[in-house]
Design a protein around this ligand. Structure first.
Ligand SMILES: [Zn+2]
Length: 216
């Protein structure tokens, strides 16, 4: 085993532990959601195959894929069993947009589903004034303004991926992107950092939905 494949194996195990935590929070119901890690040296990505219960995820449930250089999210499967998720190409465009990202997590929570539907016509969720914003990498104050773009959902994943690429290009400082009525993508240098971002953002989304719903 080479150093880079050993590194990817360790990252895969860490990603599975994160998937179990996300599942325990109820953010990937009914086999939804997907997770990936990237080997920065080779550019190869391990990504969850479609239709798996994430509470039981093991490295055997990951496919190794290579994204083409076009930035479109097109990919080929290099190894692994199972069917790639249609959402794999969204991971590709996000890795392209954020060269430092080593992991991406995607979940369908109640709070991100409600909030993204509510604010899709604004084009973004804006978060400010919350201490937990400091859990986002590079953020040092609750006064930070986090603008998370919201993209219309679509079952045309080529189109959806182009919209995600456009949205993050317009919001290069964002730590996530929302698909309306669907879910959150967030990322980090490692699976642990991506998990921290997800946990913080989901907390903040719940705050926002409760605030809006109560008329504050
Ligand atoms: Zn999804």
């Amino acid at each position: 085993m080479t150093d880079s494949s050993r590194e990817l194996t360790t990252a895969a195990e860490e990603l599975c532990r994160v998937a179990h935590k996300v599942a325990a929070r109820g953010w990937v119901p009914a086999t939804s959601g997907n997770f990936s890690v990237r080997n920065i040296a080779t550019g190869h990505v391990l990504v969850t195959a479609s239709g798996l219960d994430k509470s039981q995820l093991t490295p055997a449930g990951l496919l190794e894929v290579a994204f083409d250089a076009s930035g479109s999210g097109d990919f080929s499967v290099l190894a692994g069993n199972g069917k790639p998720s249609a959402e794999t190409r969204v991971h590709g465009v996000l890795y392209d947009a954020f060269p430092q990202a080593g992991a991406i997590v995607h979940g369908h929570s109640i709070w991100n589903t409600l909030l993204s539907n509510r604010l899709v016509h604004d084009g973004a969720v804006t978060l400010t004034g919350y201490e937990l914003l400091k859990a986002l990498s590079g953020v040092t104050t609750h006064q930070h303004i986090e603008r998370i773009p919201v993209v219309e959902n679509s079952q045309d994943y080529a189109k959806l991926s182009r919209e995600v690429a456009r949205a993050v290009a317009a919001n290069p400082e964002t730590h996530g992107v929302l698909l309306a009525g669907h879910g959150l993508y967030t990322w980090g240098q490692s699976a642990a950092e991506a998990w921290r971002h997800m946990e913080a953002l989901e907390f903040l989304f719940e705050c926002e939905v409760r605030r809006i719903a109560s008329g504050w």
